[in-house]
Write a new protein. Structure first.
Length: 276
Protein backbone atom coordinates (compact mmCIF):
# COMPACT_ATOMS: atom_id res chain seq x y z
CA UNK A 1 0.00 0.00 0.00
CA UNK A 2 1.34 3.41 -0.95
CA UNK A 3 0.53 6.59 0.94
CA UNK A 4 0.60 9.66 -1.29
CA UNK A 5 0.57 13.26 -0.12
CA UNK A 6 -0.69 16.09 -2.34
CA UNK A 7 0.82 19.20 -0.82
CA UNK A 8 -1.18 21.65 -2.94
CA UNK A 9 -4.53 20.19 -1.82
CA UNK A 10 -3.29 20.01 1.78
CA UNK A 11 -2.22 23.68 1.63
CA UNK A 12 -5.54 24.83 0.16
CA UNK A 13 -7.60 22.93 2.73
CA UNK A 14 -5.34 24.24 5.48
CA UNK A 15 -5.94 27.82 4.37
CA UNK A 16 -9.71 27.29 4.30
CA UNK A 17 -9.77 25.66 7.74
CA UNK A 18 -7.49 28.32 9.25
CA UNK A 19 -9.70 31.12 7.92
CA UNK A 20 -12.72 29.39 9.41
CA UNK A 21 -11.11 28.67 12.80
CA UNK A 22 -9.59 32.13 13.16
CA UNK A 23 -12.83 33.81 12.13
CA UNK A 24 -14.87 31.87 14.69
CA UNK A 25 -12.26 32.55 17.37
CA UNK A 26 -12.64 36.27 16.66
CA UNK A 27 -16.43 36.02 16.91
CA UNK A 28 -16.46 34.06 20.16
CA UNK A 29 -13.75 36.22 21.73
CA UNK A 30 -15.42 39.46 20.59
CA UNK A 31 -12.32 40.54 18.70
CA UNK A 32 -12.13 43.35 16.17
CA UNK A 33 -11.05 41.39 13.10
CA UNK A 34 -9.02 42.92 10.26
CA UNK A 35 -9.40 40.88 7.08
CA UNK A 36 -5.94 41.86 5.83
CA UNK A 37 -4.24 40.50 8.96
CA UNK A 38 -6.50 37.43 8.96
CA UNK A 39 -5.59 36.46 5.40
CA UNK A 40 -1.90 37.18 6.00
CA UNK A 41 -1.74 34.99 9.11
CA UNK A 42 -3.65 32.10 7.54
CA UNK A 43 -1.53 32.09 4.38
CA UNK A 44 1.67 32.20 6.43
CA UNK A 45 0.53 29.54 8.89
CA UNK A 46 -0.71 27.19 6.18
CA UNK A 47 2.52 27.56 4.20
CA UNK A 48 4.63 26.86 7.28
CA UNK A 49 2.55 23.82 8.27
CA UNK A 50 2.65 22.43 4.74
CA UNK A 51 6.43 22.82 4.65
CA UNK A 52 6.81 21.06 7.99
CA UNK A 53 4.58 18.16 6.90
CA UNK A 54 6.50 17.83 3.62
CA UNK A 55 9.86 17.62 5.43
CA UNK A 56 8.39 15.24 8.01
CA UNK A 57 7.04 12.87 5.35
CA UNK A 58 10.34 12.96 3.49
CA UNK A 59 12.06 11.94 6.69
CA UNK A 60 9.62 9.08 7.32
CA UNK A 61 9.64 7.74 3.81
CA UNK A 62 13.35 8.00 3.11
CA UNK A 63 12.31 7.53 -0.49
CA UNK A 64 11.76 11.01 -1.89
CA UNK A 65 8.25 11.56 -3.21
CA UNK A 66 7.47 7.97 -4.17
CA UNK A 67 5.26 7.60 -1.13
CA UNK A 68 5.25 6.02 2.29
CA UNK A 69 5.33 2.24 2.13
CA UNK A 70 2.98 0.34 4.42
CA UNK A 71 0.17 2.87 4.59
CA UNK A 72 -0.35 6.21 6.29
CA UNK A 73 1.66 7.50 9.28
CA UNK A 74 0.76 6.05 12.67
CA UNK A 75 -0.53 7.91 15.74
CA UNK A 76 2.85 8.07 17.51
CA UNK A 77 4.43 9.49 14.37
CA UNK A 78 1.66 12.09 14.08
CA UNK A 79 2.38 13.40 17.60
CA UNK A 80 5.58 14.94 16.25
CA UNK A 81 3.42 17.54 14.48
CA UNK A 82 1.60 18.69 17.63
CA UNK A 83 4.30 21.07 18.89
CA UNK A 84 4.83 22.92 15.58
CA UNK A 85 1.04 23.08 15.12
CA UNK A 86 0.65 24.82 18.50
CA UNK A 87 3.51 27.22 17.74
CA UNK A 88 2.01 28.10 14.35
CA UNK A 89 -1.43 28.61 15.95
CA UNK A 90 0.09 31.06 18.47
CA UNK A 91 1.84 32.88 15.62
CA UNK A 92 -1.39 33.21 13.60
CA UNK A 93 -3.32 34.47 16.62
CA UNK A 94 -0.66 37.06 17.41
CA UNK A 95 -0.54 38.33 13.82
CA UNK A 96 -4.33 38.54 13.58
CA UNK A 97 -5.22 40.01 16.97
CA UNK A 98 -1.97 41.80 17.90
CA UNK A 99 -2.30 40.82 21.56
CA UNK A 100 0.03 42.64 23.96
CA UNK A 101 -0.59 40.49 27.02
CA UNK A 102 0.27 36.81 27.33
CA UNK A 103 -2.95 36.13 29.26
CA UNK A 104 -5.14 37.36 26.39
CA UNK A 105 -3.10 35.37 23.88
CA UNK A 106 -3.56 32.18 25.93
CA UNK A 107 -7.32 32.79 26.07
CA UNK A 108 -7.33 33.19 22.27
CA UNK A 109 -5.36 29.94 21.93
CA UNK A 110 -7.77 28.08 24.22
CA UNK A 111 -10.77 29.32 22.21
CA UNK A 112 -9.00 28.45 18.94
CA UNK A 113 -8.52 24.83 20.01
CA UNK A 114 -12.08 24.65 21.33
CA UNK A 115 -13.37 25.57 17.88
CA UNK A 116 -10.86 23.16 16.33
CA UNK A 117 -12.15 20.27 18.45
CA UNK A 118 -15.76 21.17 17.64
CA UNK A 119 -14.96 21.27 13.94
CA UNK A 120 -13.07 17.97 14.10
CA UNK A 121 -15.99 16.34 15.88
CA UNK A 122 -18.43 17.62 13.26
CA UNK A 123 -16.25 16.22 10.48
CA UNK A 124 -16.16 12.79 12.15
CA UNK A 125 -19.95 12.82 12.51
CA UNK A 126 -20.29 13.69 8.82
CA UNK A 127 -17.96 10.85 7.92
CA UNK A 128 -19.94 8.30 9.95
CA UNK A 129 -23.27 9.61 8.72
CA UNK A 130 -22.41 9.89 5.04
CA UNK A 131 -20.07 6.91 4.85
CA UNK A 132 -16.88 6.61 2.85
CA UNK A 133 -18.72 5.77 -0.34
CA UNK A 134 -20.84 8.89 -0.60
CA UNK A 135 -18.34 11.68 -0.36
CA UNK A 136 -14.60 11.93 -0.80
CA UNK A 137 -12.41 13.29 1.98
CA UNK A 138 -12.32 16.76 0.44
CA UNK A 139 -16.10 17.00 0.07
CA UNK A 140 -16.55 15.70 3.60
CA UNK A 141 -14.35 18.52 4.92
CA UNK A 142 -16.36 21.10 3.03
CA UNK A 143 -19.66 19.59 4.22
CA UNK A 144 -18.54 19.47 7.85
CA UNK A 145 -17.10 22.96 7.73
CA UNK A 146 -20.32 24.31 6.25
CA UNK A 147 -22.34 22.69 9.03
CA UNK A 148 -20.20 24.14 11.80
CA UNK A 149 -20.07 27.50 10.03
CA UNK A 150 -23.86 27.59 9.84
CA UNK A 151 -24.24 26.90 13.57
CA UNK A 152 -21.60 29.44 14.57
CA UNK A 153 -23.01 32.00 12.14
CA UNK A 154 -26.28 31.85 14.04
CA UNK A 155 -24.30 32.29 17.25
CA UNK A 156 -22.45 35.28 15.76
CA UNK A 157 -25.71 37.00 14.81
CA UNK A 158 -27.05 36.39 18.30
CA UNK A 159 -23.92 37.88 19.88
CA UNK A 160 -24.04 40.88 17.52
CA UNK A 161 -27.68 41.48 18.42
CA UNK A 162 -26.76 41.33 22.11
CA UNK A 163 -24.00 43.87 21.49
CA UNK A 164 -26.42 46.13 19.66
CA UNK A 165 -28.94 45.99 22.51
CA UNK A 166 -26.24 46.71 25.08
CA UNK A 167 -24.74 49.57 23.06
CA UNK A 168 -21.40 47.87 22.36
CA UNK A 169 -19.41 48.61 19.21
CA UNK A 170 -16.01 47.80 17.78
CA UNK A 171 -13.70 50.77 17.64
CA UNK A 172 -10.11 51.82 17.22
CA UNK A 173 -7.85 54.27 19.03
CA UNK A 174 -5.25 55.99 16.86
CA UNK A 175 -2.21 57.59 18.50
CA UNK A 176 -0.17 60.51 17.18
CA UNK A 177 2.53 58.16 15.88
CA UNK A 178 -0.05 56.33 13.77
CA UNK A 179 -0.30 53.20 15.91
CA UNK A 180 -3.78 51.70 16.02
CA UNK A 181 -5.36 49.82 18.91
CA UNK A 182 -8.61 47.90 18.28
CA UNK A 183 -11.02 47.83 21.21
CA UNK A 184 -14.62 47.32 22.30
CA UNK A 185 -16.58 50.43 23.25
CA UNK A 186 -19.82 50.71 25.22
CA UNK A 187 -22.05 53.72 24.67
CA UNK A 188 -23.49 54.39 28.12
CA UNK A 189 -26.05 57.17 28.57
CA UNK A 190 -25.51 56.81 32.31
CA UNK A 191 -21.92 57.98 32.06
CA UNK A 192 -22.18 61.55 33.32
CA UNK A 193 -18.52 62.02 34.21
CA UNK A 194 -17.46 65.61 33.48
CA UNK A 195 -14.20 67.47 33.92
CA UNK A 196 -14.65 70.18 36.62
CA UNK A 197 -11.92 72.22 34.95
CA UNK A 198 -13.16 72.45 31.35
CA UNK A 199 -16.72 71.11 31.55
CA UNK A 200 -16.05 68.54 28.83
CA UNK A 201 -17.41 65.03 29.11
CA UNK A 202 -15.04 62.24 30.08
CA UNK A 203 -14.90 58.65 28.86
CA UNK A 204 -13.79 55.76 31.06
CA UNK A 205 -11.10 53.31 29.99
CA UNK A 206 -9.74 50.07 31.42
CA UNK A 207 -6.34 49.91 33.08
CA UNK A 208 -5.25 47.36 30.50
CA UNK A 209 -5.98 49.80 27.68
CA UNK A 210 -4.18 52.61 29.52
CA UNK A 211 -1.07 50.41 29.78
CA UNK A 212 -1.22 49.47 26.11
CA UNK A 213 -1.54 53.12 25.07
CA UNK A 214 1.21 54.09 27.55
CA UNK A 215 -0.77 57.21 28.46
CA UNK A 216 1.55 58.17 31.31
CA UNK A 217 4.57 58.49 29.05
CA UNK A 218 4.16 62.06 27.80
CA UNK A 219 1.48 63.61 30.01
CA UNK A 220 0.59 64.12 33.63
CA UNK A 221 -2.78 62.83 34.83
CA UNK A 222 -5.73 65.15 35.20
CA UNK A 223 -7.54 64.23 38.42
CA UNK A 224 -11.30 63.89 37.87
CA UNK A 225 -13.61 63.54 40.91
CA UNK A 226 -16.53 61.14 40.52
CA UNK A 227 -19.69 60.27 42.43
CA UNK A 228 -21.40 56.89 42.14
CA UNK A 229 -23.65 54.52 44.07
CA UNK A 230 -20.57 52.59 45.18
CA UNK A 231 -18.89 55.68 46.59
CA UNK A 232 -16.91 58.76 45.65
CA UNK A 233 -13.32 59.14 44.57
CA UNK A 234 -10.84 60.51 42.07
CA UNK A 235 -9.80 59.01 38.75
CA UNK A 236 -6.68 59.93 36.73
CA UNK A 237 -7.60 61.06 33.21
CA UNK A 238 -5.48 61.40 30.09
CA UNK A 239 -5.98 62.85 26.62
CA UNK A 240 -6.39 60.41 23.75
CA UNK A 241 -5.71 61.72 20.22
CA UNK A 242 -8.35 59.94 18.16
CA UNK A 243 -11.17 57.38 18.42
CA UNK A 244 -13.29 55.98 15.61
CA UNK A 245 -16.26 53.61 15.99
CA UNK A 246 -17.67 51.15 13.47
CA UNK A 247 -20.72 53.37 12.86
CA UNK A 248 -18.43 56.21 11.73
CA UNK A 249 -18.44 58.27 14.93
CA UNK A 250 -15.13 60.02 15.61
CA UNK A 251 -13.77 61.72 18.72
CA UNK A 252 -10.61 63.83 18.76
CA UNK A 253 -8.42 64.89 21.66
CA UNK A 254 -10.85 63.58 24.27
CA UNK A 255 -10.40 62.85 27.96
CA UNK A 256 -10.53 59.28 29.27
CA UNK A 257 -10.32 58.41 32.95
CA UNK A 258 -8.64 55.18 34.02
CA UNK A 259 -10.95 53.00 36.12
CA UNK A 260 -9.93 49.85 38.04
CA UNK A 261 -13.54 48.68 37.76
CA UNK A 262 -12.94 47.64 34.15
CA UNK A 263 -10.97 44.43 34.60
CA UNK A 264 -8.97 42.50 32.02
CA UNK A 265 -11.90 40.10 31.64
CA UNK A 266 -14.34 42.90 30.86
CA UNK A 267 -16.14 42.71 27.51
CA UNK A 268 -15.33 46.38 26.82
CA UNK A 269 -12.21 48.49 27.21
CA UNK A 270 -13.79 51.93 26.90
CA UNK A 271 -17.07 53.42 28.12
CA UNK A 272 -18.16 56.59 26.39
CA UNK A 273 -21.04 58.92 27.12
CA UNK A 274 -24.36 58.86 25.30
CA UNK A 275 -24.70 60.65 21.99
CA UNK A 276 -27.60 62.72 20.74
Amino acid sequence: MVFRFYWDIFWLLNVIMNLFLMGMTAVLRHKNLKKRLLVRSCLLGSTQMTGIVVLWLRYLSGNGWKGLQGGSPQGKQMLVLVIPAVIIAVEMLQITFRERQIGELLKDLFQFFQVSLLTGGALLVCREWLGNGHLSGIWMIFAGTFGVWFVLLIMERYLRQEDKRSGIQDGEVVLEDGKRYPLRVMIDTGNCLVSPYSGERVMIMAQKLAKELDVEKNQAPLLIPFHSIGGDGILPAYRIPFLVLQDGFCARDFLAAVSPQLSEDSAVQLIMYGRK
